[in-house]
Design a protein around this ligand. Structure first.
Ligand code: UDX
Length: 462
């Protein structure tokens, strides 16, 4: 490429690492910085610390242009552009925690030795870029400090916003083939520099002000969250009035103004973005004396949706105490080992509290889940009302002899389970499907008592 840049990326989570690797793939020289020594050592050995399709392959392919380090000084000192991709987790009040961003901003101020552009990629409340710019200025060495250090005192650091729209599981593709790249800048230099970064990607670039860029990210994510919650709301009504949400969604999706994506009703959205970003925008509105009623409603619907099937099951059964309960899928969606805000995290404790003996299966997220809910060993069989949890290596093993089954993630191999398998393997074929992945009629034919979201239910008499 004509102008390869020296790029540093702070934070090697989904956003930071994937962006860094993709920028290297497009010809830039990229140094990825993380404070976690274990992660950095892994990456230096060519191993990706996160599960993401194609990522390791690209790390390998571009290893000439990729450096991984814990030494931020080394990375920032001579960078043309520094991307900040650290986390902005939710604080108890729903606001975004900007502590990690601030730490990086301060480190940048204290180490850069020439003009550079700082780009905030993390999702941050509107106005944060302004604050980051001020923060960096406040921490730049004073003239007298520069004199002692023998450093150039005329360093200019600009700050730009460049939100990220990648989804987990398809992060690499989403980055290399993004529908658009949003660059939010308040100066010509910043804009030109960011265009140099993204020109080699050959994708549409939308150039707006910093505040608009920050808002685009929240508005886009919250719109999708709203879309899902809306469909979940309609699904619940469908059940009551005898309509089928999948037919309804199909009919809606043909309208180009609505679009056919993100219309799947289910057990609620999870993940690292929608839950956090809806709450953060709601908080931002409140801070500004405004009530964001639509987003508030999406949050409320989602909260109830996550435990909807559990509640349905509670109505159907006397208790879960001593029942063998298969839980299929733990990750918040297929293609990732991420558990953040996953419905499994809500449902498993509820089932355990009722004394269920859980047999859990997920093709990639089990190790992470085990860290939160360690295996308990033997089945409790209802004694003392204390439940148990066991991790198994296959769907079959999980449903074998089970009294109830909950489907929480639509992994391909869970979708591939045949209704007959539930009938044959479970002790009582009672299935609660949070992802609407089986045909209602097929389940009926096989004699499985099947409950899903917003579709027909029926009870088989046994
Ligand atoms: C999302 C956005 O898609 C991405 O643009 C943004 O940058 C980060 O947040 P991600 O959280 O990785 O990405 O996953 P996504 O595929 O969007 O799914 C989010 C949640 O919504 C999942 O829990 C998923 O199960 C749920 N979902 C999605 C539905 O319930 N129904 C749908 O129709 C689509």
């Amino acid at each position: 490429i004509p102008h390869p840049l020296n790029i540093a990326v702070a934070g090697t989570g989904y956003v930071g690492l994937v962006s860094g690797v993709c920028m290297a793939h497009r010809g830039h020289h990229v140094t990825c910085v993380d404070i976690d020594v274990k992660k950095v050592t892994m990456m230096q050995q060519g191993i990706s610390p996160i599960y993401e399709q194609d990522l390791e392959e690209l790390m390998h392919l571009n290893k000439e242009r990729l450096t991984y380090t814990t030494d931020y000084k080394l990375a920032y000192k001579n960078a043309d552009v520094i991307f900040i991709g650290v986390g902005t987790p939710e604080l108890p009040d729903g606001s975004a925690n900007l502590a990690y961003i601030a730490t990086v901003a301060r480190q940048i101020a204290e180490t850069v030795e020439r003009d550079c552009l700082v780009v905030v990629k993390s999702t941050v409340p509107v106005g944060t870029n302004d604050k980051v710019e001020q923060f960096i200025k406040d921490f730049l060495p004073t003239d007298s400090e520069n004199e002692i250090l023998g450093k150039n005192s005329k360093i200019k650091i600009e700050v730009a916003s460049n939100p990220e729209f990648l989804a987990q599981g398809t992060a690499v593709r989403d980055t290399l083939e993004a529908a658009r790249i949003i660059i939010g800048t308040d100066s010509i230099i910043a804009k030109e520099t960011l265009i140099k970064v993204y020109e080699p990607f050959g994708l549409p670039i939308v150039s707006v002000s910093r505040r608009s860029a920050e808002m685009i990210k929240y508005a886009a994510n919250d719109f999708l969250a709203l879309k899902i919650s809306y469909m979940n709301d309609i699904a619940n009504l469908c059940e009551l009035v005898g309509a089928d949400i999948q037919d309804v969604a199909k009919g809606m999706g043909f309208d180009g103004r609505i679009g056919d994506k993100f219309l799947n009703a289910g057990i609620g959205y999870g993940g690292s973005c929608f839950p956090k970003d809806t709450k953060a925008l709601d908080y931002l509105a409140k801070q500004n004396g405004y009530e964001l009623r639509t987003v508030k409603a999406a949050i409320a619907v989602n909260k109830d949706q996550k435990v909807l099937l559990y509640k349905k099951a509670c109505k159907r059964l006397i208790t879960f105490n001593g029942l063998k309960v298969a839980v299929l899928g733990l990750a918040f969606k297929p293609g990732t080992d991420d558990l953040r805000e996953a419905p499994s995290l809500e449902n498993v404790p509820l089932l355990l509290a009722q004394g269920a003996d859980i047999y859990a299966y997920d093709p990639v997220a089990m190790d992470n889940f085990r860290k939160i809910f360690p295996e308990t060993g033997t089945e409790s069989k209802g004694e003392q009302g204390k439940g148990s949890i066991k991790y198994v290596e296959s769907v079959e093993e999980a449903i074998q002899g089970a009294n109830v089954c909950f489907v929480l993630t639509e992994w391909g191999e869970i979708k591939a389970v045949k209704p007959e398998d539930y009938k044959r393997l479970m002790r009582t074929p009672l299935v609660y499907d949070g992802r609407n992945i089986y045909a209602v009629e097929d389940m009926k034919e096989s004699g499985v008592e099947y409950y899903s979201i917003g579709r027909k239910k029926f009870v088989v008499s046994r």
